[in-house]
Design a protein around this ligand. Structure first.
Ligand SMILES: [Ca+2]
Length: 425
């Protein structure tokens, strides 16, 4: 059957279109019940419905990046937590989502036979018959960056009790929590970054602009087309980052109207572990690592399958696509097209793709993986960074994000202007 030729990158358009239609149909019925950034909370004078266990292990402390936070320094063998009992009448028949930013830079010893013995955010439900259920998410340990965790439950009518908890169960661990948020019937991502990171630049002594306020849920509707005539050029051979006016113009043109979560970053792909990127750029938050989307078991095909839902729910503003950093995986015959489609998918779902590639290897099988990525990179014209020495990853990521922030997202930078922040860490 004869058919009109279509551009290769439109191959999966029906799938992408379906995702966009579903999102457009979502009713904006969400409601923020609680948003606590800990700037003014006193653990000794908690609001009604709030409470603590093992109070000697909990403290509100100043944290350089996020102002005041809840720290749980669990000695092990205990159940320290902060809990909030929700008004059952306000959540009956609704979906409730708990979310929080969590920092767990250290590691903790597993408790034998108890895999659940970890730090976590958790929602607990006791239904009208007294049956208990819960939903929770645990952070990745040894991660020097803030992770956005969330857990959601559908609350039946006549629930006896619904409780949101920030907790450490049995393990000896030191963990920080910030921006505890409880919403009903959530649409889109949690609003965490709206107040803490984007509005109030992280400065220890600065007042938090939005302390106590419910943050705006959503970032820019449409990326304004900005002048690209003064965009600086960066090359992989020079600073390890590829960016210029052409790339900026193309990103602006292709980027769909976005409801991305301001200053949020998601790192996916088969290459280097997320933790090797170190801290994200200042004022940016790393969305929690999504296991099936990261690590050596994933590939561009898997990303094409899983990214639409992930981007739809997490709404990152930038997606770092980490291509393979060592040989081992067999490339599909459509590998280059698949990478190209992944890049295009990010743009169609409102996220700026940033391709992180590794160029140097002499190992067998390397060219099979590297060639297709480079081909996709040439064909799509997107921002890139080269993964070389681990100690330069954070600096390169920072530089690429700053360039995207200023020249694609059209945002004036909040800190001291760019160049000063570009040294290796
Ligand atoms: Ca805070």
């Amino acid at each position: 059957m004869a058919s009109t030729p279509v551009r290769r990158s439109n191959r999966r358009f029906p799938l992408i279109l379906a995702v966009l239609v579903v999102s457009a149909q979502a009713v904006l019925a969400g409601d923020v019940l609680i948003f606590e950034d800990f700037e003014k909370l006193s653990l000794t004078q908690l609001p009604p419905g709030w409470g603590l266990r093992e109070e000697s292990e909990l403290a509100v402390v100043e944290q350089p990046e996020r102002g005041k936070c809840l720290r749980i320094k669990a000695r092990g063998g205990s159940w320290p937590h902060l809990y909030v009992e929700l008004d059952p009448a306000k959540v009956a028949g609704k979906r409730v989502r708990l979310s929080a930013l969590v920092l767990l830079p250290g590691e903790f010893a597993a408790v034998p036979g108890k895999r659940w013995a970890q730090p976590k955010v958790q929602l607990q439900l006791k239904d009208k018959n007294g049956a208990d259920s819960d939903a929770e998410q645990t952070p990745t340990q040894k991660t020097p960056t803030w992770q956005l965790l969330q857990a959601a439950l559908n609350i039946p009518e006549q629930a006896q009790k619904v409780t949101a908890l920030l907790r450490v169960d049995l393990a000896a661990a030191e963990v920080w929590f910030d921006n505890l948020c409880v919403e009903t019937d959530p649409n889109g991502p949690p609003p965490q970054m709206g107040a803490g990171i984007a509005v109030a630049p992280a400065k220890v002594d600065a007042p938090t602009a939005a302390a106590g306020a419910v943050p705006p849920a959503i970032a820019p509707e449409k990326i304004a087309t900005a002048d690209v005539s003064h965009v600086p050029s960066r090359t992989l051979a020079g600073s390890g980052v590829l960016f210029d006016g052409n790339i900026a113009a193309r990103m602006q043109k292709e980027l769909a109207a976005s409801k991305a979560l301001r200053n949020s970053l998601l790192i996916v792909g088969p290459g280097q572990p997320v933790s090797e990127f170190g801290k994200p750029p200042r004022d940016w938050a790393l969305l929690a690592e999504q296991k099936p989307l990261c690590g050596p078991t994933t590939n561009p095909r898997t990303l094409l399958t899983l990214l639409p839902e992930a981007l739809e729910t997490m709404r990152p503003e930038i997606v770092v696509l980490v291509a393979d950093t060592k040989p081992g995986r067999r490339a599909a015959s459509s590998e280059a097209d698949d990478w190209q489609d992944v890049i295009q998918l990010c743009l169609r779902l409102g996220a700026v793709p940033l391709l992180a590639i590794s160029l140097e290897s002499t190992e067998d099988g390397w060219e099979e993986l590297r060639g297709p990525v480079l081909e996709a990179a040439r064909n799509t014209v997107c921002p890139q960074l080269e993964l070389k020495m681990p100690q330069t990853h954070a600096r390169r990521l920072n530089e690429a994000v700053r360039l995207i922030e200023e020249h694609v997202l059209g945002r004036a930078l909040s800190g001291p202007a760019g160049e000063a922040e570009l040294q290796d860490e």
